[in-house]
Design a protein around this ligand. Structure first.
Ligand code: ATP
Ligand code: MG
Length: 299
């Protein structure tokens, strides 16, 4: 059964999408079947994995309004074990169109329930708002991962997010957990970072991930090449830190899991990149179809 992790913080630009893309792709590189659901109308996770804008494609919008089922909205990526359920900017319409719909907060949970047994992890990228899309994500999720920048105003607005989580726990999703607080764009050299980190640890205690994500230009560049950082620059500090986060998450939920050697992961990334670049289109399509069959999504 998949562990469903929503990456949420209503504050903008704190590293949600960067974390969703790179956590999901690192888990996939560790041979774990992983799905990234883009639940943000900005569609940055979708374009960051190399998918163009296409309002006709099956997407999170069509899924939430009931125009397609989840299996038909999955798209393969350059990584064998990573699939994406993409978004389009039309997703913004859900906030208005479903306003009076019955069980509107449960749309995503119900729509993806059939996928749980096909994946090890499902990561959901949320928009920077506590809107119906984030609500759907938190109701569908087992846990919420909160990326935060260690800056002076980090805790501002967090009480609002925690109140929302509490409210969801007391009604819509009683088992929702906090997966952890992830410090992003981290620069341990500054005094301010040290102070804010100490404050966050006092507040969140053992919920702060041991892994921190450094500020690393490769992480910022990778999406413009349509790639997760482990394919763009596997040796960068950004790639290493997200691999470490994936290890932390995988070990927690799959205690018997034996991680492949880092060298194997790197080799796999290299090979897959070559294959995709070299494969003629029809061969690529076959491989994509076979991949879906391998993880049981197509008959
Ligand atoms: P939004 O709230 O708009 O959805 P977000 O929380 O998803 O934003 P990102 O898009 O992941 O945040 O990151 C914001 C910007 O910071 C992006 O330009 C991204 O490339 C950059 N960025 C994120 N993490 C890092 C990092 N560790 N090092 C350097 N740049 C980063
Ligand atoms: Mg984002």
């Amino acid at each position: 059964m998949a562990r469903i992790i929503a990456v949420a913080n209503q504050k903008g630009g704190v590293g949600k999408t960067t974390t969703a893309i790179n956590l999901a792709s690192s888990l996939a590189a560790f041979q774990l079947n992983t799905l990234l659901i883009d639940c943000d109308p900005q569609s940055n996770a979708t374009s960051g994995l190399g998918l163009g804008k296409d309002p006709e494609r099956n997407s999170s919008y069509k899924l939430l309004v009931g125009e397609c089922d989840a299996a038909s909205a999955l798209h393969p990526t350059e990584l064998e074990r990573l699939f994406v359920l993409p978004a389009h900017k039309n997703l913004i319409g859900v906030n208005f169109e479903l306003v009076d719909a019955e069980k509107r907060e449960f749309r995503l949970r119900d729509a993806i329930s059939s996928l749980r047994e096909k994946f090890n992890f499902i990561v959901i990228d949320c928009p920077p708002a506590l809107d119906l899309l984030t609500l759907n994500s938190l109701v569908a999720a087992d846990s919420v991962l909160i990326p935060m920048q260690a800056e002076y105003f980090a805790l501002e607005g967090i009480s609002e997010l925690l109140d929302t989580i509490e409210r969801i726990r007391s009604g819509l999703n009683p088992t929702l957990e906090i997966e952890g607080v992830l410090l992003t764009m981290f620069d341990e050299r500054t005094n301010l970072t040290q102070q804010v980190t100490a404050e966050l640890k006092r507040f969140f205690a053992d919920k702060v991930f041991a892994t921190t994500i450094p500020r690393n230009v490769r992480l910022a560049e990778a999406p413009s090449h349509g790639k997760p950082v482990l394919l763009y620059d596997p040796k960068s500090r950004g790639a290493e830190s997200y691999a470490q986060l994936a290890t932390e998450v995988a070990r927690k939920h799959l205690p018997d899991y034996v991680q492949p050697e880092p060298a194997t992961v790197e080799k796999q990334a290299e090979n897959e990149e070559k294959q995709v670049v070299n494969a003629p289109r029809w061969r690529q399509r076959w491989r994509e179809r076979n991949r879906l069959i391998t993880i049981g999504l197509k008959g």
